[in-house]
Design a protein around this ligand. Sequence first.
Ligand SMILES: NC(=O)c1ccc[n+]([C@@H]2O[C@H](COP(=O)([O-])OP(=O)(O)OC[C@H]3O[C@@H](n4cnc5c(N)ncnc54)[C@H](O)[C@@H]3O)[C@@H](O)[C@H]2O)c1
Length: 286
Amino acid sequence: MELGQDLAGKVAIVTGGASGIGRAAAELFVAEGARVVVADLDVTRGEELAAELGEAAVFQRADVGKREEVQALVDTAVSGFGGLHVMFNNAGMPGRMFPHFLDDDLEDYERVMRVNLMGVVYGTQFAARHMAKNGGGSIINTASIAGLLPGYTLLQYRSSKFAVVGFSKAVSIDLAGYGVRVNVLAPGSIKTQMTDFGEPGMSPADVALIRAETDKVMMSYQPLKRQGSTADTAQAVLFLASDRAAQITGVVLPVDGGITAGDPVNHAADIVAARARVIEEIKKRG
Ligand SMILES: NC(=O)c1ccc[n+]([C@@H]2O[C@H](COP(=O)([O-])OP(=O)(O)OC[C@H]3O[C@@H](n4cnc5c(N)ncnc54)[C@H](O)[C@@H]3O)[C@@H](O)[C@H]2O)c1
């Protein structure tokens, strides 16, 4: 894909930037002319990425669940790169997959809410405080299709992502008067370590075996039969970050191969077939 200079002269922060969706966005932001503060818990991968990106990027370790560490990211962007125009609040964690709700001690629930929701709230507030006084900016918060579709299990994850959607829409109204736009990225099934479903210490080959099977299940309910990539999400984030989206605030942009478009099961065909079967039996009966 042809690269432009959509973010020339802009400064961005990307949380969860050492891996997956955040990493691809940081790479594309730099390719499009931005300077980027990459933030993550993973120091090794974060520093590797910053070294790859050269002078346009700096890595800073931060836990987005800690407000002072998120404020420090804004301070670094402003003192190191001279401003802040784009905040991509993307860091997130899935939490435990199948806790039995009635017996759950809710500790994991609280942890997921602190990182996935409060990390976004801190990032939005601290970035917007700077942007409001300096000509505005663009904030993009990562939710998920799990924040749009209620469903079985992953209660803490769904709660946090529904809250990200609600918070982002509401705060976009508060911040519009300051020229600060707030939008939401809602990824569907994107190939990253989060969708590996491997076990700690497992070999890459074994993870690939698990991935092949779990991908089949995920593709069964996705209309576009290709798993999304971090290049797909990065393009969507770039659009929302750039001035091309100058008139867009408070929207949720799913990058989900159509999952949230509706139920992919052809119930109408099933109903027509059931009807035809009964009519056939009635005819046979005479
Ligand atoms: N991959 C998908 O299919 C998918 C789908 C929907 C939503 N998402 C969301 O996209 C975002 C990125 O996920 P990904 O798929 O790229 O996963 P990933 O695991 O590849 O990347 C997540 C990164 O966030 C970092 N991180 C986790 N907790 C952190 C914290 N407290 N502070 C700072 N950094 C932290 C991790 O170290 C990791 O580098 C998450 O918010 C996730 O919920 C992903």
